[in-house]
Ligand binder design. Structure first.
Ligand SMILES: Nc1ncnc2c1ncn2[C@@H]1O[C@H](COP(=O)(O)OP(=O)(O)OP(=O)(O)O)[C@@H](O)[C@H]1O
Length: 634
């Protein structure tokens, strides 16, 4: 078979020689092209630039499409400029925009720029942030090694798509009207089965950005900018692509941070899948972690003893008699201290008396403001007597330290995801890290998904958008029925910064989906049956409102022998375990199937509790891609 295989390759090579005979290409480039053409039977489709060898500097000489992806090939004697190799990549990516494969779309991750040099080239070789540089004798590295990320049909449809989109690329050794059958001589190693794209998890990142997303990725913003849009519209996706775009420009380190823990780590994992070669240029960390690391770097201790902080608060709460009378909720007063007083950086009673309590609903009568202030002062005293500080103090200290002595080298750009969850101090800190320069700060968020108390105006932090905002509308995550159901949740957006859209105005990209509304007495049994009946091992999660309920379901699953993982411990990696956690812990994630069991917690009393409850419910439902299982109290 090997003999036949080589014979066949030799025939193809000769056929290519004939086809390229009249092209005035240097002989080394011809050798490379013959080699590529000889791979036709192995499912590679070459498209040659019609101007080659006088290809414009910023265009590829050749695009090669195969099961290992789309190669943007530059045949160059010398190392191309960074801008040229990037421009060739972008040009090809733009041609591919809108190309679909099976049920999915493509992402930049299938594209790779490769610079091929003549054999005698002695300059830089190997992988750079932007491309792989090899010499002509190393072509096997491209053609034989590497992960197969497309099926043969997908590769063919992409090659055809490219052929139909431009006259600049001409198929060589294949014709989009008449595709030669692949021969039986294909080595077995190339015939490994590839899961049909329909069954691949949608989060594979095999898609290109839509026009609105792509525009925002590339736009040059003269100052801070904002991306908003309902759940599932690709805000994080866009932010990550923008980071990749900025990283490729190579102006320095970038920061992705968020107003919530877990989110940056999961985003980092997504980024690794998308552009692993750029991961080293971007720091993924929560704002609190960033502040702790920064203070530690300045020789200042910043470790928070959560238990001691809790004890300090509980000591004050247990002595209180007045605030209980206004609202008997520890969480409410904890939020007042954390998210309003400390979160807004209020340091005198006078400023608290007149402070906006944005996002807190209901008025707090003046006498209660003074009690709340006294409560706060006692809490501060408790903290200092115990020799500890809380998370707000860490952010505040970092902010003060940064104002005292700015970063020696600024980030080339800062993305703040889930921005609606930041406190005002958090926002000020993010702004102090990024500065106001062009492309320095990108705020990403959706007020309808705000799950933590509080709020602010950008102007409170001295940030001005001047219309630099984009609103996304196409929901790529939730199938039609899931989106319709989640959109019915009355989740009020109290976060009125910049333009926004509610979930029920989002346009589903994928129809169908399934919503089960379960009513009955034996919820545990029903949920377990539905979980076990899932026809595949794609991702599933049980999302609850309270941590106690999450604990309960973890226990139920484990008792039933179902492998379960707490969402709080999950970093975003693929897993076949069922994930269990609260809607807060589910932020920045998505699952094929989501279960929302009914909970026995007392119904929320105050208006703001009810609103928060509804927003959390929306967040939970909007994590579901295809199936949503809702249980209703009997
Ligand atoms: N242009 C696109 N084509 C196909 N899929 C896309 C596109 N943009 C985003 N997606 C996919 O849609 C899903 C949701 O994207 P993403 O998590 O970025 O949304 P989001 O707006 O940040 O959501 P949320 O606000 O709920 O966190 C992801 O699976 C993402 O890969």
């Amino acid at each position: 078979m090997t003999g036949t295989f080589h014979h066949r390759q030799e025939l193809l090579r000769r056929e290519a020689e004939v086809q390229l005979r009249d092209r005035p290409l240097p002989s080394w480039q011809k050798r490379v092209l013959h080699r590529f053409a000889a791979e036709r039977d192995n499912g590679w489709y070459p498209l040659l630039n019609q101007f080659a060898p006088h290809t414009p500097r910023q265009r590829p000489d050749l695009v090669l499409v195969g099961r290992m992806g789309v190669l943007v090939v530059l045949l160059r004697e010398a190392e191309p400029d960074w801008e040229d190799s990037r421009a060739a990549f972008v040009w090809t990516a733009e041609l591919l925009a809108g190309a679909s494969i099976g049920s999915g779309m493509l992402s930049e991750s299938v594209l790779r720029t490769v610079v091929v040099h003549p054999i005698e080239h002695t300059g830089r070789q190997g992988r750079s942030a932007d491309h792989l540089a090899i010499t002509e004798d190393e072509l096997d590295r491209l053609l034989k090694r590497g992960e197969r990320i497309l099926t043969s049909d997908e590769a063919l449809s992409l090659a055809k798509h490219l052929d139909s989109r431009t006259f600049d690329l001409t198929p060589i050794m294949w014709n989009s009207q008449r595709i030669p059958r692949q021969r039986g001589s294909v080595p077995e190693v190339l015939q490994e089965p590839v899961a049909p794209s329909a069954r691949r998890p949608f989060r594979d990142w095999r898609y290109f950005l839509d026009d609105a997303q792509l525009g925002a990725v590339r736009r040059s913003y003269s100052g801070p900018a904002q991306i908003s849009g309902p759940a599932g519209t690709g805000k994080t996706t866009l932010a990550l692509h923008r980071l990749a775009y900025l990283a490729r420009r190579g102006d320095g380190k970038l920061l992705y941070t968020a107003g919530l823990p877990l989110v940056p780590e999961r985003a980092g994992k997504r980024f690794d899948q998308m552009a692993p070669e750029l991961s080293g240029q971007i720091e993924f960390t929560s704002l609190h972690e960033w502040a702790r690391g920064f203070l530690a770097g300045r020789g200042r201790s910043a470790d928070v003893d959560d238990q001691e902080v809790r004890r300090a608060f509980d000591a004050v709460w247990s002595r209180d008699v007045v605030l209980h009378g206004f609202r008997n909720s520890r969480e409410y007063w904890k939020d007042e201290v954390d998210r309003v007083i400390k979160g807004r950086g209020i340091s005198t009673f006078d400023s608290y008396r007149s402070a906006s309590r944005k996002g807190r609903g209901g008025q707090l009568p003046p006498e209660f403001r003074s009690h709340a202030w006294r409560f706060y002062c006692e809490y501060e005293r408790e903290l200092s007597e115990r020799g500890v500080f809380d998370h707000n103090d860490v952010l505040k200290r970092a902010l003060v330290e940064l104002e005292r002595r700015p970063l020696p080298r600024q980030y080339a750009g800062v993305v703040v995801d889930e921005a609606q969850e930041l406190t005002l101090t958090g926002l000020r800190l993010a702004h102090a890290i990024s500065g106001d320069g062009p492309d320095q700060l990108l705020l990403v968020g959706d007020g309808q998904q705000q799950v933590l108390a509080g709020g602010w105006r950008l102007s409170d932090a001295g940030i001005s958008l001047h219309g630099r905002g984009e609103v996304l509308q196409h929901d790529y995550r939730n199938r039609g029925r899931v989106l319709e159901r989640a959109g019915q949740v009355e989740a009020i957006n109290r976060f009125d910064e910049g333009p926004s859209l509610p979930l029920n105005a989002a346009l589903p990209v994928r129809g169908g989906g399934q919503v089960v509304e379960w009513h009955g007495l034996e919820q545990e049994r029903a949920l377990l049956c539905a979980l076990l009946a899932l026809d595949d091992d794609s991702s599933a999660a049980i999302i609850t409102e309270t941590e106690a309920s999450a604990e309960h379901w973890l226990h139920v699953l484990r008792e039933a022998g179902v492998k379960a993982l707490p969402l709080a411990e999950w970093d975003g990696r693929d897993t076949t375990d069922t994930l269990v956690g609260t809607s807060l812990q589910a932020k920045g994630s998505e699952f094929r199937t989501v279960f929302l069991p009914a909970e026995s917690a007392p119904p929320p009393g105050s208006r703001e509790d009810r609103e928060t409850h509804q927003r959390r419910r929306l967040v939970a439902m909007a994590r579901a891609q295809d199936h949503l299982w809702l249980s209703h109290p009997h």
